[in-house]
Design a protein around this ligand. Sequence first.
Ligand code: ADP
Length: 345
Amino acid sequence: DEVARTTYGFVGADLAALSREAAMDSLRRILPGINLRDGIPSNVLESLQVTRQDFMNAMKRVQPSALREIMIQVPNVTWDDIGGVEEARTRLREGVELPLKSPESFRRLGIRPAKGFLLFGPPGTGKTLLAKAVAREAQANFVATKSSDLLSKWYGESEQQVSRLFARARQVAPTVIFIDEIDSLAPVRGGGLGEPAVTERVVNTILAEMDGLEELQGVVVMAATNRPNLIDPALLRPGRFDELIYVPVPDAQGRRHILGIHTKDMPLGPDVDLDLIAERTARFTGADLEDLTRRAGLLALRESLQAEHVTMAHFEQALRETRPSVTPEMEREYEDMVRTLKQEG
Ligand code: ADP
């Protein structure tokens, strides 16, 4: 009964595959102790049992046909790949990684961690990287979607897509669901009477799915936005995306760290001073800094395909060609938003 309840999206052939996989797993459990040349002794075969856990494990490997378009990833981003976002990292470790890894410890102390986290900040500051790293470090699966991909012109199709996403996430738990560009689900003003707009229906489905999630059952939802002021307030209420995490442009120390990460595999000339470059790249995001190092590398290659080093002159040239993607006004706006959010919350 439980397998039937949890196999949303599995067609008959998938269920057959699931049973076969579960049976094979139970067989694999006993095989190491057996000399196969003699065949499996009948008393061993008779005591063989396919367990609930065998079905649960098989569920992660058998792809349900009706949910084929939902890609489960196991990200390869680690905390070491991300620089300069100390506060966000600390909060995500405690708020997502630990509860996914050790739910019993939280249960024992009666702590109910949040189900929804909203990462906000300028584009290219590492929000997606953070979500991937948290999944990877918690040994959880990662399912990602963009809000714009959820908006279908076919009536009902969008809500179904959201439900499929959550169903698959539960099947392969522990899972981090990542919804990028959540601001595009903002209510359209003056939409008129009649049927609720598709964005509204999608928001309602997300809310219903999140309400249905139990804390500490292995599914956490993370969303990201560059425009937190546009978010549908219904998404920010308690029990929904009520943990707001600011991912700012990095300070000089953070930029130095990120430059180190992105030049890890780049042979640098002895004159390259990453501290100096960090000082001269105010308002550069992580993505801007990555772009800067790539440009410097390409300049070295352009000079000679035999180039063995990237020198300070290449970085100087790249710096002249690159602008930070965040303006002082944008930065001020974010800081203002953070202050307002802190006052409200
Ligand atoms: P966001 O989701 O905030 O728009 P991403 O996480 O997609 O930004 O970052 C885009 C790329 O920029 C990353 O793949 C990475 O190469 C680089 N990057 C961004 N932020 C950082 C960071 N804090 N540390 C290291 N690299 C970063």
